[in-house]
Design a protein around this ligand. Structure first.
Ligand SMILES: Cc1cc2nc3c(=O)[nH]c(=O)nc-3n(C[C@H](O)[C@H](O)[C@H](O)COP(=O)(O)O)c2cc1C
Ligand SMILES: [Fe+2]
Ligand SMILES: [Fe+2]
Length: 393
């Protein structure tokens, strides 16, 4: 048995998915699993586009063997050396000793760092082409999307862009591998943004450069290394990535991100949410004490207006909030309007510390600060409303 799917006349999908929840990069929850995509071209020569994570190696090698149908494997293109794709490269070389690895010089060095096998790669550079029969493959460098050596491959005849980790998503692929076979708008949307913001989010400028470089190509299909394959209508996918890579928010709804130890900050947040809703704004509230940071990061990429509310904790910022702020600073989130509610019982300090972190980021406007001393008092209601008004004005 195998789970090979045909992409078109000459290409097929030989990747595999990990369905049981685990942490991607030992960091990110993937309750819907994750796919490790790999593609095989059968022309006069056979060409494999990337291998897979060790976790799905068995399924992948079964697929590859079935798809080759007894033919030898001539080439394996390595888009980048991150082990969620390249961990099985050594085994590939063992199983298919005649295979020629096709990669750029940086990847070749990394292959030597990760592995000990001898190989004589076909080194390719920007714009170089490899003819494998009816198909000619063109190599396009996409440095830092999201590793330094990342390389796209374009098949001009079929208009297929092999985009490495760009245009990817979390979520297992179960038979249906094409975006048009799936419910992208409701089922996949959040996993696209969570994948983009957390994995690629820091490299918006490099994504923009890659988008510009590929804009002149007649792309009819995008084959990423995670998540669905896109064919036909690509505008939606490209537009989303264009927007996200410019850190442009998707909505002017208000996002409230808070932490609480004993519930008092939470009550103040509930009042703010009710007031904002009364003012006609849609509000989304996240308790970061009980939500994995990667979800909050994604929502912060989505929202323009963000209310941060947190307790002071041992003269510092409550840890979950501090980690979140460090994360979004590292991802270089920018162009947001932020309101701050700090809580402290004896020496509130969170707001000052949060402001200092936001100051290190690009174009974050602090719309206002409200200090709560243990619990919000009725006489502070006007102040809370003022803060909310400033956030949405
Ligand atoms: C372990 C711990 C450490 C705290 N450290 C401080 C502090 O250094 N300065 C301060 O003003 N309040 C401190 N607080 C009080 C909180 O900031 C906050 O006022 C209180 O927990 C009420 O808010 P909550 O009900 O939303 O948790 C601390 C609370 C806890 C539980
Ligand atoms: Fe990667
Ligand atoms: Fe990846």
């Amino acid at each position: 048995m195998n789970s090979v799917r045909r992409i078109n006349e000459d290409y097929c999908y030989v990747g595999a998915s990990e369905r049981s929840p685990r942490l991607f990069e030992n960091l990110f929850p993937v309750p819907r699993g994750v796919s490790y995509n790999s593609y095989l071209l059968r022309d006069e020569k056979t060409v494999l586009f990337d291998t897979v994570d060790r976790a799905v190696g068995d399924a992948f090698f079964e697929n590859l063997s079935a798809a080759l149908g007894g033919r030898k494997l001539d080439y394996a293109v390595v888009s980048h050396m991150e082990p969620d794709h390249a961990a099985t490269l050594a085994e590939l070389v063992l199983r298919y000793p005649g295979v020629k690895l096709v990669c750029n010089a940086k990847s070749a060095n990394m292959i030597r760092q990760f592995f000990d096998f001898d190989f004589d790669p076909l080194l390719v550079a920007e714009g170089e082409e490899l003819s494998v029969g009816e198909h000619t493959l063109k190599f396009i460098m996409a440095p830092m999307v999201h590793w330094p050596e990342v390389m796209f491959t374009f098949d001009e005849r079929d208009g297929i862009l092999f985009s490495a980790d760009a245009f990817g998503a979390f979520g297992a692929l179960e038979g249906s591998i094409f975006a048009d076979e799936l419910d992208i708008a409701s089922e996949w949307q959040d996993d696209y943004l969570r994948y983009y913001s957390n994995i690629v989010g820091k490299y918006g400028a490099q994504v923009q450069a890659a988008l510009k470089k590929t804009a002149g190509l007649d792309i009819r299909m995008i084959c990423p290394l995670h998540g669905p394959v896109w064919r036909g209508e690509l505008t939606r996918l490209l537009e989303k990535h264009d927007r996200w890579s410019k850190w442009e928010p998707e909505t002017d709804d208000v996002l409230i991100v808070y932490s609480t130890v004993y519930g008092n900050t939470e009550r103040a947040v509930a009042q703010a949410a009710a007031y904002l809703a009364e003012r006609g704004r849609r509000v989304r509230t996240i308790n970061i004490c009980t939500t994995d940071r990667s979800y909050t990061v994604a929502e912060m990429f989505r929202a323009k207006n963000i209310l941060l509310a947190t307790t002071t904790y041992n003269n510092g910022i409550y840890p979950a909030m501090e980690y979140l702020l460090d994360d979004i600073a590292a991802l270089t989130l920018r162009d947001r309007r932020v309101g701050i509610i700090e809580n402290g019982t004896w020496a509130p300090a969170a707001a000052k510390l949060i402001s200092a972190k936001l100051d290190t980021m690009k174009n974050i406007e602090v719309a206002g600060v409200l200090t709560v001393k243990s619990a919000l008092k009725p006489e502070q209601e006007a102040q809370l409303q003022e803060l909310c008004d400033a956030l949405i004005s």
